[in-house]
Design a protein around this ligand. Structure first.
Ligand SMILES: Cc1cc2nc3c(=O)[nH]c(=O)nc-3n(C[C@H](O)[C@H](O)[C@H](O)COP(=O)(O)OP(=O)(O)OC[C@H]3O[C@@H](n4cnc5c(N)ncnc54)[C@H](O)[C@@H]3O)c2cc1C
Length: 405
């Protein structure tokens, strides 16, 4: 079989793979580039199952990739949406302290936001909170007006259009299954075809660690899937939420805690929680993939997390199985919320990288191997930061391919 030959092959047409493709073609017009996607369309995994929040960059450690790429990435994405006519709403968000012990953490978050270069945020008292969100009960809150909402699928579609109009290709039903090197050139088999490239860029999200190993990397990072489940607020009760209402996050966990999000399509969601999923694409509680579970069970990093976080894990499962527990957590933010106000919603699965020492990797992680780059951790705010992540990878790829800028 003759291989299709490219300069760059990107594995995965999620928002990160597509942003990388468009950034590479912008940097090097005429580059022979193809995106291989195992699904039947673009962005069928994390990108189409997320909360749709344009994060402002307040949470992340100053100096981290997340802080840098989120703050600038949010602005770049807002400008891009303006150019492309994609609707968004900078509705702002309140992060709500409801217990005295949360107040120092709220203040630390405010300082972190300043250190990260976020603009316009301020600590506010209960009266101002009520003006912004009349049904919220708070001791104090952090008001972040630069946070917004958008439909990331619209964004991913616009990136795809950019790739195609710049001469790139996107192929569906093309899951990368195996890879080998012949005569110094790397090949992959995807679907019923073979592809050769000077550089592969692995943006496979929930499968990124596996694809990395297939492409010859000896990474020790393991992707562990965490499902996030949502409820939807009944239309008659949507007036309870104007914008985005979040709790003060647990500083030891990379998840933000269940919150209220007004979606750009108009409805209000509550969630997501963070439950260990028993399949990488385990969108339903009953989804189970033996190979995925065995892989997690064999990973020493996972057992280290499990030993440390077992209490949190049990609480998350409890909250997932019992709506009353989910509602109780939401009532800390909006006391008037009742179980009947919430109907079943969707879910998303986060690709959370775990290091061999059992730490849940917090920052974005991009690793190099021979003729390949691997995005091994791109959780939230990956969608917000996508334009900047794409540019960064394009820069790294440019060095590896020695492209003129
Ligand atoms: C519940 C949830 C809520 C979130 N909320 C937000 C938010 O509000 N704001 C925000 O900024 N971020 C949010 N995120 C994070 C954001 O969605 C991700 O950072 C982003 O979507 C990652 O994009 P990606 O392209 O890396 O991964 P994905 O979107 O998962 O794309 C990976 C692609 O690779 C393909 N693929 C996998 N294996 C192969 C293979 N072998 N061959 C070919 N293709 C393959 C998959 O089919 C998929 O299309 C959230 C995520 C989740 C799960």
């Amino acid at each position: 079989m003759n291989a299709n030959t490219y300069d760059v092959v990107i594995v995965g047409a999620g928002i990160v793979g597509l942003a990388t493709a468009r950034a590479l073609l912008e940097r090097a017009p005429g580059l022979r580039l193809c995106v291989l996607e195992k699904g039947a369309g673009i962005a069928g995994q994390q990108t189409s199952h997320n909360s749709g929040v344009l994060h402002s960059g307040i949470y992340y450690r100053p100096g981290s990739l997340k802080s840098e790429l989120c703050v600038r990435g949010r602005q770049a994405l807002v400008d891009y949406c303006d150019q492309r006519g994609i609707p968004y709403d900078l509705c702002g968000k309140v992060i709500v302290a409801t217990r005295p012990e949360e107040l120092p953490r709220l203040e630390a978050l405010n300082e972190r936001a300043t250190a990260n270069g976020v603009r316009g945020h301020e600590l506010i008292g209960p009266e101002r909170v009520r003006e912004l969100e009349p049904y919220v009960s708070a001791l104090r809150a952090l008001w972040v007006p630069s946070t917004g909402i958008v439909d990331f699928m619209r964004v991913a579609q616009a990136y795809t259009d950019d790739v195609i109009s710049a001469g790139g290709e996107v192929r569906f039903g093309a899951g990368v299954e195996e890879s080998w090197v012949t005569g110094g050139t790397r090949y992959v088999r995807a679907g019923d075809a073979e592809y050769a490239a000077r550089l592969f860029v692995n943006c496979a999200g929930l499968h990124a660690d596996r694809v990395a190993r297939r492409l010859g990397a000896d990474t020790r990072v393991q992707i562990v899937p965490f499902r996030g489940e949502y409820y939807t607020l009944r239309p008659q009760r949507e007036q309870l939420v104007r914008g985005l209402i979040y709790p003060v996050p647990d500083p030891d966990l990379p998840f933000l805690g269940v919150h209220f999000t007004r979606n750009i399509k108009g409805y209000v969601e509550a969630g997501p929680n963070a439950v260990l999923a028993t399949a990488r694409e385990g969108y339903r509680k009953r989804d189970f993939e033996l190979a995925d579970v065995m892989e997690i069970a064999r990973s020493p990093g996972f057992w280290r997390v499990a030993r440390r976080e077992w209490r949190t894990g049990i609480n998350e499962v409890h909250r997932s199985l019992r709506k009353s527990v989910f509602v109780r957590d939401l009532q800390r933010l909006i006391p008037a919320i009742q179980a009947d106000d919430l109907t079943g919603g969707g879910s998303g699965v986060r690709a959370q990288a775990v290091a061999p020492d059992g730490s849940l990797l917090d920052d974005f992680l991009i690793e190099r191997s021979q003729a390949a780059l691997h995005v091994l951790n791109a959780p939230s705010p990956g969608a917000t930061s996508s334009l900047l992540i794409g540019e960064r990878i394009a820069g790294m790829a440019g060095e590896m391919l020695e492209l003129a800028t």
